[in-house]
Structures are given as C-alpha cells and as structure tokens.
Design a protein around this ligand. Structure first.
Ligand code: MN
Length: 494
C-alpha cells in the first residue's frame, strides 16, 4: 500500500502529545444524491419530502416480479460528475447486489457497483483556508440506490418505514487517503460540493442529507510510513461535525496506542451532542455482503461519443472560474476562490461587476452582502437585494450621489425592504452634500466652538481625523469626504 502514500503531513499538521508526534490520515467516502426527477431504477419521484411512502413504485417496494430499469439521466449525471473530477470514465461497468437484511431495504439487497464502477481514478485540487493547495486523488465513483428510512421515535413499541428514499440514485465518491488534517478534510468536502453544484449533478443540500460522508481515520507516528488501523465514522453530515469527529477520533487512537494498546478496526458513530465518536459495530460483526452481479441488469456500456458530448456540455467549473476571476477582474486569489466556489454567487458577482469596479463589487458581495445574509440565515437566492440593485447602489457611489458610508446605510435598508437604492436615497434625503458653502459653514462653527483643538491639530497631525469625523457628523454623514478633507486642510492650515 505504501505506493499510494504520496503525501506526508507538514510539520504543523502533526498532533503533539507527551510521547511524540503523530500524523493523521483521512480518506472520505461521500454519498451524493444525484439531481434527477426520477429514481435510479424506477419512474417514482426522487423529490425530497412528501407524505411517507408517497414516492414509492412497485419496483421500489420490491414487489415480486418487478424488474429494475436503469434511468439514463442518472448515468449521464455520473459521467458528468466523473468528468468534473478529472476522472477516468469506464466504458464498461456493472451493477452488483450488495446483500443485507434491514426493514428499510425491501429488496434484501442494495443495487450498487462493486468491482466495475462507472468512474475510475481522478484528482481534484483542494485549497484549505490560508494554506497551499493540495491534490486529493479520487479512487472511484459508483452509482447505487439509497435505502428507505426506519422511524423509531413515533411509537414506543413500533418502528415505521418510509420508502420515499428507497431507490433514489446516489453517487458514492471515494477518495484516496490523501488528507492529513481535519481542515483539509473539510476543504476537500467543500470543494467536492462546489464542483457537484456547478455541474448540477447534486444540489449539495446538507440539511436534506443530499451529501454525507463516511470518514476513515487512522494515525501513525510522524516520519513513519506504515499505515495504522483505521476506523470509519459513518454518515457525517456537516463539515463542522466532520472536523470535530476527525480531531476526537485521532486523539482517541493516539491515547490507545501510546498506552500500549492497539486499534480495533471498527465502524463508529459521531455524537454531535458530546463531540465524541463511539462504537457502532466492530470488524467481527462486519457484514459479508455476498456481492454478485445483478442478473436483472445488463452491464452498462457507454459509447465514447456520448462521453464526448457530455464533456462538451460541461459548465465552467470552480477552478477555471477562479483563474478567470483573477485574470479578468484582478481579484485576489482569496476573493476569487470564495466567489467562484458557488455558481450562484459567481453569477451574482459578475452581474454586479459588469461595467463597474470589480474589486469594489467583490468587496460588497463577499463582505456586506455575505454578512447581511449570514445574519438573517438566508441563502443568496432569498436575498431581497438582487445583483442589479446592488450594482445600482455602486453606481450612486461612483457618480458621487452618495458617499461610501451612506451606501452602507442604504444597503441595510435595501436588505430589509427590497427597495431600490435610488428610491431610498430620495425618500430619506441622503444625497451627498457637495455644496461647499454648507460644508464650510459647518467647519466654521466647529472651529469657533473648539479653539483649543484648532491649536492642537496644527501641532499634532494625528488629530485631523477628529475634525473629519465631526464635520461628517455635523452634515448628517452626507458630506463628500474628499471635499471635507480639502476644505478642512485649507481652513485649519494643516
Ligand atoms: Mn455506499
């Protein structure tokens, strides 16, 4: 296995304890729900929600004699995703039965892909905040069905089963163990999410469980090459929990190893209430899934021509977009990454930036707008300030109708009311005062009332800020700051 071990942790990523330094090794298996109207092998709706068992066909319920029929669109989505992950598309793949018994799995097996997945090896670039980019290799992507849901908390004595999810198409995306910290794991997951959302192959909605990760964690002493025994943490559904789970699990393993114990290979659960992981099942009770090719389904043979057609239809992906934002708009790499990581944000930004100062547009989108939406717990799509309206606000600053400070006040009103910036400026009388006589009058009054401070600013240039602030205040914040500065300097003789 050592030939797969292409990365060593950086020194600052090692975990220190009394007895030495340890490297964390992480690999992720991400289940991503395919964006599709229908399920993988039936025509039933794949929509989220709905009354229990409202989206269940006879195939999903595994009625006798029912046969699965592959949904071509789901296959196309898997190919599109593979291309977006710079991965090999396998022209021949196959569906296998993964056998296990559970009440929410009416077939008694999950149709998955075991030996021959539709997508093979790929690689993506990941950029943890404030760190150099890393490459994370993708081992495979395969298509499989989701299971139904057992509901245990509606009755003290009964379990209910909802099969709405049963048969919904999932892509399981397996990374190589190339991740060396909790932060890198979160960055990988976010990058994957950004790519899938840009491709339109998974909506990435975490609350609805559209993306969830099984996190494989092991540790080894810093500088060594042997792999440790790994534990798998199941079904982690947020990057915050993922980071907590990795950090907790690494510490747990280090403590065991340092006290002379050994790690049992097992499946564990992360408990968000305690921040700890606990045993779910050990290797001894690991399932033997008795995989075998599903006799009801033919091997999947994909024509090269179709792959090329899909490739030609790929949208601009986050990496390409980031590069373009740097070269075309002169954004910083950080701003370019933040804006390009989401198609909606980048489209919004480009509308605001069109014909305007792109850096100013980027600042407003990543700072004022992001903070306001975050405070309200809103997605960009729910913003009352549309891109055109934010652009109009920037125009009012550009043509000196209002100053930058007032623009923030106007924006705060826009986000509450959805009103146009021009209307707010008119209604509230916020137009910038460029009338020098009004500004001069305000300064004269200030100087008369603060003779001591006039003396002070002539000796101490740092006191100038006070004068600017007071003049702005006296004009209701509406004065043109450049004009204020100019008149102040003249009158104060500084
Ligand atoms: Mn799976």
């Amino acid at each position: 296995m050592t030939n797969l071990d292409v990365r060593s942790a950086r020194p600052d990523q090692l975990v220190s304890s009394d007895k030495g330094q340890w490297e964390i090794i992480v690999g992720l298996e991400v289940h991503a729900q395919v964006t599709s109207n229908a399920k993988l092998f039936s025509g039933a709706s794949a929509a989220y929600g709905g009354a229990p068992n409202a989206h269940v066909s006879l195939v999903d319920a595994a009625m006798p004699g029912m046969l699965p029929v592959i949904n071509k669109f789901c296959v196309e989505q898997a190919i599109r995703t593979g291309l977006g992950l710079n991965a090999q598309i396998n022209e021949k793949s196959r569906f296998d039965r993964k056998n296990y018994f559970y009440p929410d799995l009416p077939q008694g097996y999950q149709i998955s892909q075991f030996q021959m997945p539709i997508v093979g090896e790929g690689e993506i670039e990941v950029e943890p905040d404030g760190e150099d980019p890393i490459k994370v290799r993708i081992e495979r992507l395969h298509l499989e069905q989701d299971a139904g849901k057992s509901i245990h908390d509606l009755s003290p004595s009964e379990t209910f089963v909802d099969l709405n999810r049963a048969g919904v198409a999932l892509m399981e995306i397996v990374s190589r163990p190339d991740i060396r910290s909790a932060k890198e794991a979160a960055a990988y997951f976010n990058k994957l999410r950004a790519i899938l959302r840009a491709l339109g192959t998974c909506d990435g909605n975490m609350e609805e469980g559209s993306m969830r990760a099984d996190v494989n964690v092991s540790v080894r002493r810093g500088g060594t090459k042997e792999w440790g025994t790994r534990c798998e943490i199941k079904n982690v559904n947020s990057t915050r929990f993922m980071m907590q789970a990795i950090e907790y699990e690494a510490r747990r393993q280090i403590e065991i190893l340092e006290s002379g114990g050994s790690i049992d290979q097992e499946t564990r659960l992360f408990d968000a209430n305690t921040g700890a992981t606990r045993t779910m099942r050990s290797k001894e009770d690991a399932h033997d899934y008795r995989y075998f090719p599903d006799p009801d389904l033919l091997p999947l043979v994909i024509e090269k021509k179709w792959i090329e057609e899909i490739r030609a239809s790929l949208p601009e992906l986050p990496d390409a977009k980031k590069k373009r934002f740097i070269s075309e708009y002169g954004l910083t790499p950080y701003d370019a990454r933040v804006i390009s990581s989401d198609s909606e944000t980048s489209a919004y930004f480009e509308t605001v930036a069109k014909g305007r100062d792109p850096k100013m547009a980027a600042n407003w989108v990543t700072q004022e707008l992001a903070a306001a939406l975050n405070k309200k717990g809103l997605e960009l799509s729910a913003s009352r300030v549309k891109a055109e309206a934010l652009g109009a606000l920037l125009d009012l600053v550009k043509d000196d109708t209002i100053n930058g400070k007032i623009a923030k006040d106007v924006f705060a009103k826009m986000i509450e009311t959805g009103d146009a910036p021009g209307a707010i400026v008119e209604r509230e009388g916020l137009k910038q005062v460029t009338d020098t006589s009004a500004i001069e009058k305000a300064i004269d009054e200030l100087m008369a009332a603060n003779a001591d401070k006039v003396e002070d600013v002539r000796k101490n240039p740092k006191a100038f800020g006070w004068w600017v602030g007071q003049t702005m205040k006296a004009t209701g914040g509406k004065a043109n700051p450049a004009v204020v500065n100019e008149i102040l300097k003249k009158k104060l003789g500084v």
